[in-house]
Design a protein around this ligand. Structure first.
Ligand SMILES: [Zn+2]
Length: 255
């Protein structure tokens, strides 16, 4: 079994640390800063074997150069077609990657950025800034259609899948979720749990796909039966399957 722990970076970033019981090898996901990773390595006497990158944004990649200087044997994995040039092994849709004896499958999920990829194995998903708890990434580079299709890909994973995204945005996202689905009782309950966790400085991540299907408006917009309260100015009236998603994203961007 893999152990996955958060290393905190910046104000709300998670750098995910992947280890295996009784082994010293470490993989990290999206090291936006080197210093907290170096401290973690020293604290647990680990060896950095590899770095997984989900997309090129600075808060996911800025620590790579320094980590490579200190740990030159660590291999950097990341998307093939990316503005980030620090990768050793370039990955595309369908590639498989052996991490500590577990085979991770690569899925391309453009939307937040065009180069975005996710890493999936055994009910574990590292999804960077594609899916958040109760939210999804902003569309900096991709189209609503691309992001909708990326979320569709994620939605086909087992409902038990744990979602390791890169930011603790849950509480803010829930304010929006409650606004667009005021009668969703699952949201009311989840909000209570999240307020309790945050008041006690407990992370809300990882979340799981089955929780997100109940409370995440962007994931719920994949199902045309779900209706949302959206002001007319943000309503997208085309009849495409992603129409609801597009409206939600536009509203959230202006919320
Ligand atoms: Zn990003």
């Amino acid at each position: 079994m893999l152990n996955i722990e958060p290393i905190h970076a910046y104000s709300d970033n998670f750098i995910w640390a992947i280890t295996k019981t009784s082994e010293q090898s470490l993989f990290v996901v999206d090291p936006g800063q080197a210093e907290p990773v170096i401290a973690y390595i020293k604290q647990h006497a680990l060896q950095l074997k590899g770095i997984l990158i989900t997309h090129h944004h600075w808060d996911h990649t800025n620590g790579v150069e320094k980590l490579k200087q200190i740990y030159p044997d660590a291999i950097v994995y990341g998307p093939k077609n990316s503005p980030f040039k620090g990768t050793d092994v370039k990955l595309i849709q369908g590639d498989n990657l052996n991490i500590l004896g577990h085979m991770f499958n690569i899925t391309e999920t453009p939307g937040h950025t065009l180069d975005h990829i996710c890493y999936y194995t055994d009910d574990i998903l590292f999804c960077g800034d594609t899916l958040f708890s109760a939210g999804c990434g902003r569309l900096f580079e991709g189209t609503p259609t691309q992001m909708f299709q990326s979320l569709q890909k994620i939605s086909t994973l087992p409902a038990t899948c744990k979602i390791y995204c890169t930011h603790e945005y849950t509480l803010d996202n829930l304010t929006f979720a409650k606004t667009v689905e005021p009668n969703n009782v699952n949201l009311t309950q989840y909000l209570k749990e999240v307020i309790h966790k945050r008041n006690n400085d407990i992370n809300t991540i990882p979340t799981s796909l089955c929780v997100e299907f109940k409370i995440n408006p962007f994931l719920r917009s994949l199902n045309p039966d779900n209706q949302f309260v959206i002001p007319n100015e943000f309503k997208n009236t085309n009849n495409k399957p992603e129409s609801s998603f597009t409206s939600l994203r536009q509203y959230k961007d202006n919320f």
